[in-house]
Design a protein around this ligand. Structure first.
Ligand SMILES: *Cc1c(COP(=O)(O)O)cnc(C)c1O
Length: 393
């Protein structure tokens, strides 16, 4: 099938809730993706940070192939090795908590919200505070947690018990906490909101506030986790620990999976019958997740993230000197935002036409999130394309 054929099928049979580029993707390998007409694209966006090790990393492929031939699904009333091993990896690389598995970021956050509520249910506390420009998912509760009116439009009434304060504003947060507050939820580095980095004072202040008031700190690391920041989890840059953390996107290296991990004394509130997911923790997705952790370890990828992240920011700051449309370059590790003095949609369109996948979020912020095993050559190639596009705008 060519692009035109599949487009006709989509137009007739697929709900048009996405704006799609007229490109039929058929194959990916590392940073490269090809369309049906054989054109190659350099993918430095990784599909919202999902393709953590590039497309079809051989270790992920092998893990999925082996597991697919052995056992693909097992109900959660039995044990499987991949689920146990993945939970062990997440726990050992973070804060020694226990895991619940699901299939997406929204579901992981939904689980976190439910856990915070059930854990505090005997005290009557139920309110959760989130932050402006956050993004937590599209289910009704997680979209309510997402403090951006544009995502709420048309879905009222929303879930009760959420309120919002400005990001990085500790004083506003302190004022918002009341006797019914049970949790504070945030992304250490906001992704969709435009690569906004929580300050150290803010994050440590929130931890202190949570300790003083007996609140749960929920960190949404769906986008910034899994090594993207140069540490396994972004909170590890702050010298604090959350009580609950959520993961998804990159966790399966391209395979759909979500996870919530929580401190043991909180996790125990999720008693049998209180929460579940049919596909959650299925052996296929968990085997992929285990392969992702093994690969980050064996290839020393966190080191590469730090080196390539600094290199990319340095090169982008050089670009900034020539191209006045670049207002700011900021990031941690390989989670980098290029803020423009104007809308970036056309620039991204031109980049895609020129063979480079990037994304623009929040109208003006180009997101640069290549795979963790990216090389200098890939970065140079991508920035050359970007340069060419910028010089024509
Ligand atoms: C993408 C994202 C989500 C939602 O994940 P889905 O898998 O699309 O449900 C939640 N939180 C953050 C920070 C995200 O980036």
């Amino acid at each position: 099938m060519n692009t035109k054929d599949i487009k006709e099928i989509y137009d007739r049979y697929v709900i048009p809730n996405y704006i799609r580029n007229p490109i039929l993707l058929v194959r990916g390998s590392g940073v490269d993706v090809w369309d049906a007409e054989g054109k190659r694209y350099l993918d430095l966006f990784s599909g919202w940070a999902v393709s953590l090790l590039g497309h079809c990393h051989p270790n992920v492929v092998a893990a999925v192939q082996n597991q697919a031939a052995k056992l693909q699904h097992a109900p959660n009333i039995y044990y499987t090795e991949p689920q146990g091993l993945l939970a062990k990896y997440i726990s050992e690389k973070s804060f020694s908590g226990q895991c619940f598995f699901c299939n997406s970021g929204a579901e992981a956050n939904e689980a976190a919200i439910k856990l915070a509520r059930i854990h505090n249910s005997s005290s009557g506390k139920y309110k959760i505070i989130t932050f402006s420009n956050s993004f937590h998912g599209r289910t009704l509760a997680t979209v309510t947690a997402t403090a951006q009116p544009k995502y709420h439009k048309g879905f009222a009434p929303l879930v009760e018990g959420f309120s919002y304060v400005p990001f990085n504003d500790l004083e506003a947060l302190k004022k918002e906490v009341d006797d019914a507050t049970c949790a504070i939820m945030l992304e250490p580095i906001q992704g969709e909101g435009g690569i906004n980095i929580a300050t150290k004072e803010f994050m440590q202040g929130i931890r202190k506030l949570c300790d003083e008031k007996g609140l749960q700190l929920i960190l949404d690391e769906v986008q910034c986790g899994m090594g993207r920041s140069g540490k396994y989890f972004a909170y590890q840059h702050y010298g604090i620990e959350p009580d609950i953390m959520t993961l998804a996107k990159a966790l399966g290296g391209g395979v759909a999976i979500g996870a919530m991990t929580a401190k043991k004394e909180i996790a125990k509130s999720l008693v049998p019958g209180s929460h579940a997911s049919t596909f959650g923790g299925n052996p296929l997705a968990c085997a992929a997740g285990v392969a992702v952790f093994e690969t980050i370890e064996n290839k020393n990828l966190l080191e590469n993230v730090k080196r390539m992240g600094s290199y990319a920011v340095e090169q982008l700051k050089i670009l900034q000197k020539t191209y006045k449309i670049i207002k700011d370059v900021r990031g941690v590790g390989l989670m980098i935002g290029i803020e423009l003095n104007g809308n970036g949609a056309e620039i991204i369109k031109s980049c895609i036409q020129a063979g480079l996948f990037l994304n623009c979020t929040h109208d003006t912020v180009i997101r640069f999130m290549p795979p963790l095993n990216v090389t200098k050559e890939h970065i140079d190639e991508g920035l050359n394309i970007l340069k060419t596009v910028l010089s024509k705008t």
